[in-house]
Design a binder for this molecule. Structure first.
Ligand SMILES: [Mn+2]
Length: 430
């Protein structure tokens, strides 16, 4: 396997923090033992945790105002995979990539798969793109794609999704995520129910093209690019569509695609209860679809989402197997650093949720002890699990401190000449 950094380099970097980590880990082991928690079992679950990196996330995203290219941005799927391999080697938590088509189409898709294999990277859900026009396409998506009033435009968008499935089959993916930017900017512009019916008709055509062992992930978004109404705007419309389409369709939750203050963890619970949780696009948000780094604004919300996920795992909910994917847009940071950080923050929320005393929580819930129920969650949330994350990383061959290790490796400085600035880097807010 072709690793970006040598084992020796990472070991040398880790040597500086090795002793302190062991001391911190042992101290935490004692703390957790007093709460009847076996740190080794928690560490094993941390090691098994994985979240997919979005191929578009390793490029600089930009906003609708401007895009400022980053240093040595990847220009194609092969260079994106190189960057994803850096993230995975140092974090040991991101073994798969979620590609975006047509941004990631290559002349030979088998070569893409082989390149990923050499880097030890597999493939998660693939993503279609009918929210922008590609050069040379016959019909424009200016007024919609899968929901367009013109059947010819809808057929073009359906065919693109079917093409995506074919590319995904070559890569070995098992799921297609659909997000459409379709919607309206003016009251009266669009007939709500007719637009949704057109969405369902188009989605049924895509659904029929799915291989037997594939899933269809439906993604909703409250606003943007349409600022008055989007066709699949919230989890209610999303789950209705998923139920209409069939068992292979389920609802994907992008944390940034809700109105401010929406109780996302409760939506997660409902989707789990009705077997319709596809998975996540993890990110964080302050005002709207900011696509900020996971856990950077509201880490407690991320923890509460994982409380629901770990609860489902604890109760062995039938068929529970959500896809974990990052979906962020990086404008002021090195995307590699942001994605390393974010993978660790998602993993941190998972590990903290494992520390919740569920029997005690259920007891407080049944006894209507609101304060102690809340405190039970807070006890887990306030526990610093950093030593568990670092130990899990180190034992798998990753870095104790991935960001400092990455900076010491001067990875991008070595690529500046090979990767000149490009305006079209196949990245953005989705
Ligand atoms: Mn998303």
């Amino acid at each position: 396997m072709n690793n970006p950094f040598s084992t020796d380099f990472i070991s040398t970097q880790n040597a500086a923090a090795d002793q302190a980590l062991t001391a911190d880990y042992d101290a935490l082991a004692n703390t957790l033992a007093r709460r009847n928690i076996d740190i080794e079992a928690i560490k094993q679950q941390a090691k098994n945790f994985a979240v997919a990196v979005p191929s578009w996330g390793v490029g600089t995203g930009g906003t609708r105002f401007a895009r400022f290219p980053g240093v040595a941005e990847p220009r194609n799927i092969f260079e994106k995979l190189d960057d994803c391999a850096v993230i995975n080697q140092l974090s040991q938590a991101t073994p798969t990539v979620s590609p975006h088509f047509p941004w990631d189409v290559a002349d030979d898709m088998r070569a893409v798969r082989e390149y990923g294999d050499k880097l030890g990277l597999g493939w998660d859900a693939i993503n279609s793109n009918t929210f922008q026009d590609q050069s040379g396409q016959p019909h424009s998506y200016k007024f919609g794609s899968l929901t367009h009033t013109d059947a010819a435009v809808r057929e073009q968008a359906v065919q693109h999704n079917i093409d995506c499935i074919e590319w995904g089959k070559i890569l070995g993916s098992r799921a297609l995520t659909i997000w459409v930017g379709d919607g309206a900017n003016f009251p009266g512009q669009q007939h709500f129910s007719r637009a949704l019916e057109r969405y369902l008709d188009s989605a049924r055509s895509v659904y029929r093209a799915l291989p037997d062992d594939w899933q269809l992930f439906l993604e909703h978004k409250m606003f943007e690019p349409a600022f008055y109404a989007t066709v699949v705007q919230d989890w209610g419309t999303n789950i209705l569509c998923a139920m209409e389409l069939g068992d292979k369709a389920s609802s994907l939750v992008d944390l940034g695609h809700h109105a401010p203050n929406v109780n996302i963890e409760m939506i997660v619970s409902r989707l789990i209860q009705f077997r319709k949780l596809a998975g996540f696009h993890f990110n964080d948000s302050k005002y709207g679809d900011d696509d900020l780094d996971s856990g950077s604004i509201n880490p407690y919300q991320l923890f509460l989402v994982f409380n629901e996920l770990v609860d489902a795992q604890h109760n062995r909910v039938e068929g529970f197997n959500p896809a974990y994917l990052l979906d962020q847009s990086h404008n002021v940071t090195d995307p590699i650093e942001s994605l390393i950080n974010s993978a660790a923050e998602v993993q941190r929320s998972f590990v903290k949720a494992l520390l919740i005393d569920r029997d005690a929580l259920y007891g407080f819930q049944d006894g209507n002890d609101a304060l102690m129920a809340s405190n039970t969650l807070k006890l887990a949330y306030n526990t610093d699990v950093s030593p568990i994350l670092a130990m899990a990383r180190m034992e798998k061959g990753g870095a104790i401190d991935p960001i400092s290790c990455y900076r010491a490796g001067h990875y991008k400085a070595g690529l500046v000449a090979a990767r000149p600035a490009s305006q079209n880097a196949g990245s953005g807010i989705v």
